[in-house]
Design a protein around this ligand. Structure first.
Ligand code: GLU
Length: 312
């Protein structure tokens, strides 16, 4: 068995929708073909957005589809010590600092345009000159010092990617005042300690990947994993799949009587391995899926897709 491994990393903030299913199905198919181990990691550090029963429901939906993983389900919040250790190592290098500025204070100081949706670019001018050499898990956000350089990496689907985190986000939060690591830090630490060699996820995270590579370098965790960033699933209006597009939960269609093969078949059609919508078994999807037939354009969930999923 190869020592390669990937992970399925759902956030229990809601039910599994068609976009998540697409990503997990492709990750599963690539893994089962290449012999990578699959780790199931519940990413429950998203504070107030976490729903108590969501993790259980997500796993149930995946099992219904037939997607399995190797080993126990890991829950991110259950072991944060490795992230505290990472913070200590970053503090020793004076690469992190506590920051109590509010969002509006940062916005007022940020002359650069905002980065990704809803994100304010933290300007280097607000970075304190003196930074502590020790990490204290007190009531403050901690930010990571982002130097002004390009980060480049080869994505196995998206190709060569270049980002400039200093312009896109500036010093980003790695530890939150809820006394928990941020998504960026937790992903880097957990991927490394869980031996993750391949990361497959949506391309809305390409900006995050650049930040994660900065952390991987600072923590001495090179090389980074191989990355496969997939185009997003969007609604007919081109916007990422969300409530405004109706009920796109897998369990919604399951409740209407759609069998797993119907949903898998839609994913096969979206992935360019079925010429038209048709039922498809999980093993046929696994054997037929190729990154090379996948479009680089977002996958569009249309009214016809919806009707087809509802057909008896
Ligand atoms: N938990 C993240 C999400 O659901 C996935 C992050 C990742 O794959 O790195 O969006």
């Amino acid at each position: 068995m190869s020592s390669a491994a990937t992970r399925l990393a759902p956030s229990p903030t809601g039910a599994l929708h068609l976009g998540n299913l697409r990503t997990f199905l492709i990750t599963w198919a690539l893994s089962r073909r290449a012999g990578w181990r699959i780790i199931m990691r519940i990413e429950d550090l998203d504070g107030p957005r976490i729903r108590p029963r969501a993790a259980h429901e997500l796993l149930d939906t995946l099992r219904w589809i037939g997607i399995e993983w190797d080993g126990p389900v890991l829950v991110q919040s259950e072991d944060l010590d490795p992230c505290r250790d990472a913070m200590r190592r970053l503090a020793e290098q004076r690469l992190v600092y506590p920051c109590e500025l509010s969002r509006s204070e940062i916005e007022a100081a940020a002359s650069a345009p905002h980065g990704a949706v809803g994100e304010v670019c933290f300007p280097a001018s607000l970075r304190p000159a003196g930074r502590p050499r020790t990490f204290a898990d007190a009531n403050a956000n901690w930010r990571f010092v982002v130097t002004d350089r390009d980060v480049e990496f080869d994505d196995e689907f998206a190709g060569r990617v270049r980002r400039k985190p200093a312009r896109e986000c500036g010093d980003f939060v790695v530890w939150t005042r809820r006394r928990q690591p941020s998504y960026q830090l937790a992903v880097v630490v957990d991927d490394a300690r869980q031996g993750i060699t391949h990361v497959v996820r949506g391309d809305d995270l390409l900006d995050s990947t650049a930040r994660q590579i900065l952390l991987i370098e600072a923590l001495g965790l090179l090389p980074p994993p191989h990355y496969v960033h997939l185009p997003l699933v969007v609604g007919p209006d081109g916007r990422r799949l969300a409530k405004r597009h109706g009920d796109t939960r897998v369990d919604f269609y399951r409740g209407l009587g759609a069998p797993p093969q119907r949903l898998i078949g839609l994913m096969g059609y979206w992935s360019g391995i079925l010429p038209r919508r048709a039922d498809m078994s999980l093993s046929d999807f696994r054997d037929a899926f190729e990154l090379s037939t996948l479009s680089h354009e977002p996958m569009i969930f249309t009214g016809e897709d919806d009707r087809w999923l509802r057909e008896k």
